[in-house]
Write a protein that binds this ligand. Structure first.
Ligand code: PLP
Length: 398
């Protein structure tokens, strides 16, 4: 009998009750704007920033409107100017090159390896082309950060980490987002915490933090922050920095605070599901599991595998057949961008030479979300469905 999965790949868990209660309190008092406080009140947003800074061990944290906004703000605060080149991953999602384009800069794409991490050989080859790297830990895969940082440090290249898929993850015990000069996170519904939209930027750099706070639209109210530099840091920055509003609001902050408190537990639940899926997929003929390095503390909120060197129509057929059985897979090899999935060569505003080694990997990458609404038995069932379809397709081809 053919098995069918009936769950939803886009259904996240409800907001925790504590978040709902806190959100209702904000709605009842009506002070949603982060700087709208009474007497000695400390806003939900300021508290959230302090809590997230502590969570990742950063000196400064700024909560903003989205992950994309956090990356754009980081680039601006670091002084990226129109026409500058910024290194970034060829394998990432559209908001990453979009953040670079938002400041008028040009992405220089660095290739992807079969481990789905940035190709450090290619990075080394291109390092002289830019002063900055916007490093995307795409789909939660973390490269050898020690090697990456030594390549970048040696070349004087500053690293901005895009941690949209690595909130709660670490490399060699150092939280993702704490290796480079600044870390950016997303609180969008499909990431590790959910306020619909939202983001964070964390750093230990005083001037960068002060500029980011001004950029986000603090007016002259920066003293109301709990995780921003002291007022002296704003002495000249407050005159020099434009206001490009992109603040977090108290309603979203209220929803997020209990989720940040629960993050570790949630990450462990993701990993239980990931490991069940991985176990179910391992040793499927024709399918390559992505091996995770021991230095990585991962968060398995999505899973990828490779159908390496398969003809495109065979991969497409596996995706189609799995879809018909309720298993929603995404493929990075499709000729045209689909839904959330696009590729470096479809971002035509960037002028990019072909990258054959990366194309080979991208043509084989199949991706699947792992929402926490899946039970462990759901994961077993999903893995059986994928395994059966991939094995059958592999045999047909042989
Ligand atoms: C979602 C995402 C972002 C940006 O997040 P938004 O909050 O949606 O702007 C950045 N990078 C990657 C890889 C993402 O998936």
């Amino acid at each position: 009998m053919t098995e069918v999965f009936e769950g939803s790949f886009t259904q996240q868990e409800p907001i925790p009750e504590a978040g709902i209660e806190a959100a209702l309190a904000v709605l009842r008092h009506g002070r949603l704007h982060r700087y709208n406080t009474v007497a000695d009140e400390i806003s939900e947003t300021a508290q959230l920033e302090q809590e997230f800074a502590a969570c990742v061990g950063a000196k400064y944290c700024l909560a903003v409107a989205s992950g994309g906004y956090a990356m754009g703000t980081a680039l601006r605060a670091l002084g990226v100017k129109p026409g500058d080149k910024v290194l970034s991953n060829a394998f990432t999602l559209a908001p990453v090159p979009g953040a670079i384009a938002s400041v008028g800069a040009e992405p220089v794409f660095v290739g992807v390896t079969e481990d789905l991490t940035i190709d450090l050989e290619d990075l080394q080859a291109k390092i002289g082309q830019a002063r900055m790297l916007l490093l995307s830990h795409m789909r939660g895969h973390i490269c050898d950060m020690d090697r990456l940082m030594s390549i970048c440090d040696a070349a004087g290249v500053q690293v901005i980490e895009d941690c949209a898929h690595t909130m709660g993850a670490a490399w060699n015990g150092v939280p993702s987002g704490r290796h480079g000069v600044v870390g950016c996170y997303s609180c969008q519904t499909y990431k590790h915490v959910n306020s619909g939209e939202g983001g964070f930027l964390v750093t230990d750099d005083v001037a960068l933090a002060a500029r980011a706070v001004m950029l986000s639209g603090s007016y002259m109210l920066y003293e109301r922050h709990l995780a921003a530099p002291p007022p002296e840091a704003f002495a000249t920055i407050r005159y020099e920095t434009p206001n490009i509003s992109g603040r977090m609001d108290n309603l979203r902050a209220a929803i997020l605070r209990p989720q940040i408190a629960d993050l570790e537990t949630q990450c462990a639940r993701w990993n239980e599901r990931y490991l069940r899926l991985e176990a179910g997929l391992r040793d499927t003929p024709g399918l390559t599991v992505i091996e995770r390095p021991p230095q990585e503390t991962m968060v398995g909120s999505s899973i990828q595998f490779l159908l390496l060197d398969w003809p495109g129509d065979a991969v497409q057929e596996v995706v189609r057949r799995c879809g018909a059985l309720g298993v929603e897979l995404k493929w990075f090899g499709a000729a045209e961008p689909v839904a959330f999935t696009s590729r470096y060569d479809s971002w035509r505003y960037a002028d990019t030479p072909p990258m054959p080694k990366s194309d080979r990997v991208l043509a084989g990458v199949v991706d699947m979300r792992v929402p926490l609404t899946f039970s462990l038995e759901d994961c077993d069932l999903i893995a059986r469905i994928i395994r059966a379809e991939v094995s059958a397709a592999f045999q047909r081809a042989a």
